[in-house]
Design a protein around this ligand. Structure first.
Ligand code: GAR
Length: 201
């Protein structure tokens, strides 16, 4: 059984989709813990499901690297990324760039979901940026995290057509409707060994 740690900053609807999927005993992964950089409302999904949840605030550390070290240690306490089982860290709406030391600690067993068709529209405002650029199509990308910003190897993508006059919130919600099952399916395939993580031994 693959042990995963999920990292969030917001409402956690992708986390909720993973919690619902892993409630099925046949699902090949379990959520060992949920972490956040802030008091994210989505942490309630974890608490309601009896999953350990913690907050590691950047302001309580002297540097980004130090924050990453505390976050990595909190995850490893739940036996993700330690011992004989490699585990998987899933960034599902974490709105912080993970520092290089953190990435090296878990790479390549560290994935992110991003609301655009990377390499288009990386960064924190992907949906807004796609609308501002007049994109006719956008979507969602699940990718391995490397030391860049949304630059790691792409694992899976799904596209949506942008509707005329659509707001950022409307488009983001339609993207999320594709994103949740895509993330669940990607985790399932990684857990089953059906999807290889680039660079994995
Ligand atoms: C998701 O759409 C995720 O792709 C995005 O935040 C949303 C979180 O939604 N992440 C980023 O924009 C990272 N750059 P959720 O809290 O409802 O799962």
């Amino acid at each position: 059984m693959l042990k995963i740690a999920v990292l969030i900053s917001g409402g956690g609807s992708n986390l909720k989709a993973l919690i619902d999927a892993t409630a099925d005993p046949d699902f090949p992964a379990e959520i060992a813990c949920v972490g956040s950089d802030t008091d994210a409302p989505g942490l309630e999904h974890a608490r309601a499901a009896g999953i350990p949840a913690f907050v590691v605030r950047p302001r309580d550390s002297d540097s980004r690297e130090a924050w990453g070290e505390v976050l990595a240690a909190a995850i490893q306490e739940h036996h993700v990324g330690t011992g004989p089982h490699p585990g998987l860290v899933v960034s599902a709406g974490l709105m912080r760039i993970l520092p290089p030391g953190f990435v090296r600690a878990f790479s390549p067993r560290l994935i992110n979901t991003h609301p655009a068709l990377l390499p288009a529209f990386p960064g924190a405002h992907a949906v807004r940026d796609a609308l501002a650029a007049g994109a006719e199509r956008t979507g969602v990308t699940v990718h391995v995290i490397d030391e860049g910003v949304d630059t790691g190897p792409v694992l899976r993508q799904a596209a949506v057509d942008v509707r005329p006059g659509e707001t950022e919130a409307e488009l983001h919600e339609r993207i999320k409707q594709l994103e949740r099952p895509l993330l669940v399916q990607t985790v399932r395939e990684i857990a089953l060994g059906e999807l290889a993580l680039p660079g994995a031994r």
